[in-house]
Design a protein. Structure first.
Length: 477
């Protein structure tokens, strides 16, 4: 039973007259844009009232989105003002998606089963009219009730511009970083698997892979990621695996790994930095060199080779010319090399190869000196990959994966156009730089709502999003 000193143990205005009431208990009433705020949702039913839930609690208000609720709430009993209640509790979290002050409320659709005792026609007619037996044989009437919470005033604060790191991806919370690598003893050119784990509490959907403090001398590949829930709302860890290859065999360590995030409790941006990881590169100094032959042996070899190359020619006997033993005439025609067919074909092939090589070199030079062309090629390549992933999610009717890939596609394409870090692009950036009726705004906003609230789309809606997204992004190239 709750103690009388606990605010949850006191009936608020109007609650005492109700058979059921709902409370929304957020951890704080002011939060930053995108911050995950734990919230407890409690529905109270008077003891003796049976209830059927026709829906999960629904959030009303356009400034926040609620994480998807579990279908099985925790059931307990509490005393409020010494009145017993059956209580259903959901532990969840919501996030602000729109800056400013907002009023929110929650509502749940229920069917209450209210007891009705049988009335006797005359006193003492039957022992079943006794209240003891009536408690067993009473009937119930149904009453549909929407149980709603009072309006709650909350404020969404903007993230500060001061001190924002260049690679900030929107991660907000309290995080820790651990890094390991394997193998650390390797030969030149061997790949290294970098394992990076970001753990703690926060908006893990915005947690991107930590980065090398410097990529000089390294070839890096796109990391994979997996989120593992651990504890309450917003708690867990995100594990990244990334392949690296040292382009410079003289490198002796993997540089420090950095991860940026915003700490809402301290209201400052923070950077977690790991220690460099020492490497042992076998044969890094030695290079492939032919074995050196000692000077004396080399001289001897040269003398031997020269001796073997000299052919001993015996002069003809008595200085006379050798007899011509073949009586056939020596008047065969000698044709010039360039008139022979095989030589002409070879010359034509070499000329064609030279022309093709010149064209390819010209194209490569033009590509290397044209950043816009390079950007367009990269945009086309990435768009093709992402649209294939979108089609897979569409076929599987995976709304969350579909919208997450759509958002990533928009970030990548606009990141290349705007020349900014793709992961750092937020809905607020799109609102500042795109027209209000842009399709990209609608898709990105739906993706944000899905990440926080588990929004579901129909197959037709997903297909329309996919078609419009492709047309809009292809127009940027």
């Amino acid at each position: 039973a709750s103690s009388s000193g606990n605010p949850a143990a006191r009936l608020r205005s109007g609650e005492g007259q109700k058979l059921a009431f709902l409370r929304v208990l957020p951890a704080k009433d002011k939060s930053y844009l995108g911050e995950v705020v734990p919230v407890q949702i409690k529905v109270y039913f008077r003891d003796g009232i049976k209830a059927n839930l026709n829906s999960l609690p629904q959030l009303h208000g356009d400034g926040y989105v609620l994480q998807q609720l579990g279908r099985e709430p925790v059931q307990t009993r509490e005393h409020v003002n010494n009145i017993p209640y059956s209580v259903l509790t959901w532990d969840s979290a919501f996030s602000g998606i729109k800056e400013g002050a907002h009023d929110i409320s929650m509502e749940i659709d229920t069917t209450l089963l209210l007891p009705e005792q049988r009335r006797s026609t005359s006193p003492g007619q039957s022992m079943f009219n006794d209240p003891f037996f009536s408690s067993f044989f009473s009937s119930y009437r149904e009453k549909n009730v929407k149980v709603a919470s009072p309006s709650l005033g909350l404020t969404v604060l903007p993230l500060p511009e001061e001190g924002r790191p260049a690679g900030f991806s929107g991660a907000i919370g309290d995080f820790h970083l651990s890094v390991s690598a394997s193998p650390v003893e390797l030969a030149p050119g061997d790949p290294i698997t970098l394992n990076m784990t970001v753990s703690g509490q926060g908006n893990f959907d915005r947690v991107q892979a930590p980065k090398l403090s410097t990529e000089k001398g390294w070839k890096t590949y796109t990391p994979s990621s997996e989120f593992l829930k651990d504890g309450g709302p917003g708690q867990g860890k995100k594990v990244f695996e990334q392949a690296l290859v040292a382009k410079d065999p003289a490198l002796k360590e993997i540089p420090a790994i950095e991860f940026n995030y915003f700490d809402p409790a301290a209201a400052v941006y923070k950077t977690l930095t790991s220690k460099p990881i020492a490497l042992t590169v076998k044969g890094a100094v030695a290079k492939a060199v032919d074995s050196v032959v000692p000077k004396n042996e080399q001289a001897e070899k040269e003398q031997k080779t020269n001796a073997e190359s000299v052919q001993e020619v015996e002069p003809p006997l008595g200085g006379l010319a050798p007899l011509q033993l073949n009586p056939e005439p020596m008047d065969q025609k000698l044709s010039p090399l360039f008139t022979r067919k095989w030589f002409q074909i070879l010359l034509a092939v070499l000329l064609l190869a030279a022309i093709i090589a010149g064209i390819m070199k010209n194209r490569a030079t033009r590509y290397a000196n044209n950043p816009r062309l390079q950007r367009d090629q990269e945009m086309k390549h990435l768009l093709g990959l992402r649209m294939a992933e979108i089609d897979i999610a569409l076929s599987a009717h995976d709304t969350k994966g579909f919208l997450a890939t759509c958002r990533k596609t928009i970030q990548e394409q606009l990141g290349l156009v705007w020349n900014v870090e793709a992961a750092a692009i937020t809905l607020a950036d799109l609102k500042k730089r795109l027209p209000e009726d842009s399709v990209l705004l609608g898709v990105f906003s739906a993706a944000d709502e899905s990440a926080y609230g588990g929004q579901e789309l129909s197959q037709q809606q997903m297909q329309e999003f996919s078609d419009h997204l492709k047309i809009e992004l292809e127009a940027l190239i």
